[in-house]
Design a protein around this ligand. Structure first.
Ligand SMILES: NC(=O)c1ccc[n+]([C@@H]2O[C@H](COP(=O)([O-])OP(=O)(O)OC[C@H]3O[C@@H](n4cnc5c(N)ncnc54)[C@H](OP(=O)(O)O)[C@@H]3O)[C@@H](O)[C@H]2O)c1
Length: 262
């Protein structure tokens, strides 16, 4: 049986004060990893760190950075990697605002590109040297099922997710010889603050009750329920583990069967 044990490994988990990122940190910590959380809200980061499993002596910490400001991300994480090795990188941040693509402004695409692709690239390039030296690296990107089939009303998001998936596949090919894998987890509709916002916005725009919007969304999901953040996190944790060493360059939906492609 290949190991899921992450003791002695350090995971930098982005966008990790709540939702999928926080659940991912919880799952990685439970497998023994030391977690470094990174997001904007320092109070929320402190609270999140305090909730992580430390029963095996795991050491958890946090870094503060706004992914809307890639230079800040670069500075904060460059200082961290001078003294520390990141073995596992979970690329994750807040999703772009919902809306039809025809209504999107050029700056909306640029901002989402910076926050998602550029920040992923900065974090990966900062982590790679340490991963190579350790002979172990796992980069897991939380993207969206829109990588497979674009989602209605998420124009900017659909566009940027495709770029991130292509970036990840290219990275996977280049890094595989060093024992580093790069994979994408594609959450379906998952019960987090992000999903609540999307549902509330849709309800407001369409003038339909929130229950109705939810019902319509659930009809498209064979499992007939929204995902739980920990169900997405379980896939992140597996991909981060030694057991997933031969899984590379993939995009894996965790969506209750919603994505209509084989
Ligand atoms: N939930 C879903 O149904 C679903 C489905 C498909 C894809 N996704 C994608 O999965 C990712 C995570 O989603 P989620 O539902 O877990 O989101 P969420 O509940 O909104 O959490 C987002 C996390 O990212 C951090 N964050 C947001 N903006 C940031 C910024 N500018 N700089 C640094 N950190 C930032 C937030 O912390 P701070 O506020 O402290 O910075 C928070 O910890 C998003 O890209 C989302 O679009 C979600």
């Amino acid at each position: 049986m290949l190991s899921m044990n992450l003791s002695g490994k350090t995971a930098l988990v982005a966008g990790s004060t709540q939702g999928i990122g926080f659940a991912s940190a919880q799952a990685l910590a439970a497998l023994g990893a030391n977690c470094v959380l990174i997001a904007r809200n320092e109070d929320a980061l402190k609270q999140a760190v305090a909730k992580l499993d430390a029963a095996q002596g795991q050491q958890h910490s946090y870094l503060v950075a706004d992914f809307a400001n890639p230079q800040q991300v670069q500075d904060v994480v460059a200082a961290y990697v001078q003294q520390n090795t990141i073995h596992i990188l979970v690329n994750n941040t807040g999703g772009p605002a919902a809306g039809a693509i025809v209504d999107a402004k050029p700056e909306n695409f640029l901002q989402a590109f910076q926050q998602h692709l550029i920040c992923n690239h900065i974090l990966a390039t900062l982590a790679i040297e340490g991963m190579k030296a350790a002979g172990y690296g796992r980069i897991v990107n939380v993207i969206s099922t829109s990588v497979k089939i674009p989602l209605k009303g998420l124009g900017v998001s659909n566009t940027i997710r495709g770029a991130v998936a292509s970036w990840a596949k290219t990275m996977a090919n280049e890094l595989a010889p060093f024992g580093i894998t790069v994979n994408n987890v594609l959450p379906g509709a998952t019960a987090t603050a992000r999903l609540e916002n999307i549902i509330t916005n849709k309800s407001g725009k369409m003038g339909v009750a929130i229950d109705e919007v939810e019902k319509e969304m659930l009809e498209e999901i064979p499992a007939k329920r929204f995902g739980k953040p920990e169900e997405i996190a379980a896939m992140v944790a597996f991909l981060a583990s030694p057991a997933a060493g031969y899984v590379n360059g993939t995009s894996i939906p965790v969506d209750g069967g919603r994505t209509g492609s084989i």
